[in-house]
Design a protein around this ligand. Structure first.
Ligand SMILES: Cc1cc2nc3c(=O)[nH]c(=O)nc-3n(C[C@H](O)[C@H](O)[C@H](O)COP(=O)(O)OP(=O)(O)OC[C@H]3O[C@@H](n4cnc5c(N)ncnc54)[C@H](O)[C@@H]3O)c2cc1C
Length: 430
């Protein structure tokens, strides 16, 4: 609630009841995909419950090393499995590539789909020259602001809070409830950082816990922290192969903050967070800003801090962009341009990043792909059905037509004279 009170005191921002609703602007409590005290994922929520289906096989500890493309059509994938495992998996209908914004372009390029010059420089035979593969890579840049305090209200471990920590542990183990069932980032704000913004352009994520400045896995001490996220960055990076060996990691150049316009929302966000921290809601905690630290005050100093401290919030997208122009990698039905029976279904297809967290929109992309595939199968079934009905109709028409034919003229009447040939005249059967 600290953040809410501070936002209310700063003024000019509204409260948001539901960030999954039609108007997700303002500050409020964050929704999380947490089930029985544990973070849920699409694997645990959707794949695991379907494991018993007879039409599903999951190969774990098996890496795809390339897509088989024969005669311009994806026919399956090559895999590196544990000893005794398969070497390749053939596709009956099509291959769906869902390896994420880094590995989907990597696998396409390893399979000969990508910028021809780059592939040829690595000795990879080009199956489709698509300059867009690996381009348009981007992510949400974010900058942290960290405060520390002696007050023990926040999450965190200290001798003074040992009884509370033990209670929280017991609460979690016995009932899967309490602070340990939280993802810590409990409240947030999607807001406009300046009056001219046409939509929220920054997210302010709040963490009521000290931000660990070292690599300790334990949340020692007390404090709180913010992350200011630029929701619509303009900078674009790229994914390229380091080698034609599928075991080699690809080269990712994210080009964060390459475009000068990407700095401004972060800078405005830093100033806003300081304003929030100076509000009465935070006063009782008497916290000290340790990052960037109040000794850095001018825009030039804060820009230097941005250069040093900006990272991303793990939302890479865009490296197999969907579109209808010449550099698009997939079409609006997610099919890879120039290759049959191959779709990309993951964050890589985003033309531009969404102004929020990426997981739910990617689940939506998958749901849309499932609907498109089901629709195509339904249409195929309907076409086969129509064809069968037409063929059966034709056969029936021929049979019934044959039966309804008027009787052949009687040979006896036509016979000119007894003893003449009484075999049917073929001309009568025309
Ligand atoms: C630490 C972290 C925290 C995050 N927190 C949030 C959050 O709070 N909210 C939110 O909305 N988003 C969050 N995200 C982002 C979110 O997880 C991603 O945007 C989303 O998972 C991307 O989905 P995807 O299907 O594109 O790729 P992924 O989820 O990365 O799926 C790709 C899959 O392909 C597999 N794969 C890759 N290469 C191969 C290969 N050669 N062979 C076989 N398999 C392969 C990978 O192992 C992986 O399982 C977070 C991400 C990270 C890393």
């Amino acid at each position: 609630m600290w953040l809410w009170d501070a936002f209310a005191a700063v003024g000019g921002f509204r409260h948001c009841e539901d960030f999954t609703g039609p108007d997700p602007e303002g500050y409020g409590l964050r929704q999380g995909t947490i089930h029985r005290g544990r973070r849920d994922s699409s694997a645990s929520a959707m794949l695991m419950p379907a494991l018993a289906r007879p039409n599903l096989t999951v190969l774990s500890r098996t890496a795809v090393t390339g897509i088989r493309i024969e005669g311009g059509r994806a026919t399956g994938v090559d895999v590196a499995a544990a000893a005794g495992g398969p070497r390749q998996v053939r596709a009956l209908r099509e291959v769906l590539l869902c390896a994420g914004a880094v590995h989907s372009p990597q696998l396409l390029m390893l399979s000969g789909v990508g910028p021809a010059q780059h592939l040829e420089s690595l000795g990879i035979a080009v199956k489709a020259n698509l300059a867009g593969v690996g381009a348009n890579y981007h992510d949400h840049p974010a900058v942290p602001i960290a405060l520390e305090m002696r007050d023990t209200t926040s999450y965190g471990l200290s001798w003074r809070t040992l009884p509370r920590a033990l209670w929280n542990l017991a609460e979690y183990v016995l009932a899967r409830r309490g602070p340990l069932a939280s993802n810590v980032f409990e409240s947030t704000a999607f807001i406009r950082s300046h009056a001219g913004a046409v939509r929220p352009d920054i997210q302010v994520a709040f963490q009521p816990a000290r931000r660990n400045l070292n690599s300790s896995p334990l949340p020692m001490g007390h404090g709180f922290a913010f992350s200011v996220v630029n929701l619509y960055p303009r900078s674009r990076g790229e994914v390229r192969l380091a080698s034609s060996d599928p075991r080699a990691a690809p080269r990712v150049n994210p080009n964060i903050l390459l475009d000068p316009a990407d700095w401004e929302p972060l800078l405005r966000g830093l100033h806003l967070v300081r304003e929030l921290c100076d509000m009465p809601a935070f006063a009782p905690y008497r916290a000290t800003e340790v990052r960037p630290g109040r000794r850095l005050g001018s825009d030039a100093e804060l820009r230097a801090y941005l250069r040093e401290a900006t990272a991303t919030v793990h939302h890479p997208v865009g490296s197999c962009r969907m579109g209808i122009d010449a550099t698009a990698v997939v079409d609006p039905t997610l099919r890879v341009c120039g290759i049959d029976a191959l779709r990309v279904v993951d964050a890589a297809i985003f033309p531009g990043i969404v102004g929020g967290n990426t997981n739910a929109p990617i689940v939506m992309v998958a749901e849309k792909a499932a609907a498109l595939i089901a629709e195509a199968i339904t249409m195929l079934a309907a076409a086969i059905h129509l064809l069968l009905v037409a063929v059966l109709g034709l056969v029936a028409a021929v049979v019934i037509g044959g039966r309804a034919r008027p009787p052949l003229p009687s040979r006896q009447h036509a016979r000119p004279s007894p003893g003449a040939d009484d075999r049917p005249d073929p001309a009568d059967w025309s």
